[in-house]
Write a new protein. Sequence first.
Length: 419
Amino acid sequence: MKALKLIGPFKQLVTMANLPLKGALTDDQLTIIEDAGILIENEQIKEIGLFTVMLSEAKQTEIEVIALQGNHVCLPGFIDSHTHICFGGTRAKDYAMRNAGKTYLEIAKAGGGIWDTVTQTRKAASEELIKKTLKRTKQHLKNGVTTIEVKSGYGLSVEEELKMLRAIKNANSQTPLDLIPTCLAAHMKPKDFSGSNAEYLNEISTTLFPILKEEKLTNRMDAFIEESAFSKEDIRPYFKKAKEIGFDITVHADQFSTDGSAIAVEFEAISADHLEASTKNEIELLAKSNVIATALPGASLGLGCNFTPARKLLDAGCALAIASDHNPGSAPMGDLLTQAAILQTFEKLSNAEVLAGITFRAAAALNLNDRGQLKEGLLADFALFHTDNYNEILYHQGAFKPCMVFKNGALVYDKHQTN
């Protein structure tokens, strides 16, 4: 393969560059280049410019040219910064019971809830988890996602959390997408652990943390701070040890009650995710920090609860990422673009704010600065849509899918060649 590759022309290329990380955005702030081309050197963007000019120069050098037919809009590859796509089994029965009016406690007593997924994931062999994770990554790829965060948290023991994170690492080696692993051993205290919350977290931090570092299985530590999971008092020693070892912190925060966002700010977390229950106090606290606020509209749709107050977060000056929360219990859809478009309608977000939330602001939620925008020196990750106007993409509320997806400069999905 030639080291240099020119792709175009794009009727519109939406760079998502030169925008602030925090705060509200208007569509007229977007940089849109018409009739553009992208010159790729190895895996990175070398140049963006007028395609006809770049094509003329390419004919005089050793550059591979991929000439597109028809109208295309080019966007940065989407980044899903919060998922749980490594799991065994299904929770379809939970979903039916919940929509029939059953409570969380009633579902749990009937054998459902998070513990049901833990049980099924523990039963699954590593090869099965790898296969199922790869299948789900393909679904995300077709929706334009090129980077996916993947959490553990359905193992809930040293041995089983290692099994999950090793499976995620293995799956990452078999997909063109980037899978960013996160340890969520602090999802809930397992039912088969006889000690206290504090004793469970101490066992995990003492035994599991060093192995994660030694095997380079993750650089991210997450915890569910909630009345049904862990309190802020439980989590402080756990996060303290995680930071001392060198892990980045992220938090399941303010989903049903408030406490998590304050802990996220206290420990300078990379992101605080969920935030459906956040009030004015939590919003102001997040706005004064560098914590990325992550909305998870898939969970709101799955549970039938309020959406993250995205409009208030942005207007207060927060950085807002949007992620799918793809998981077997509360967010089985796993369609980032559809969920983002639905959140946009209910929270009155501009196209610029939604696109920022699934590109460069989502990259910031993963502490990544090499993607999420189309500009020189960044990874050549982008998705193409058959249209002449980028507004059409969100207008169709997720039904309008990419026709082509490039990852690291390579064509990894082509709708025209896929049955």
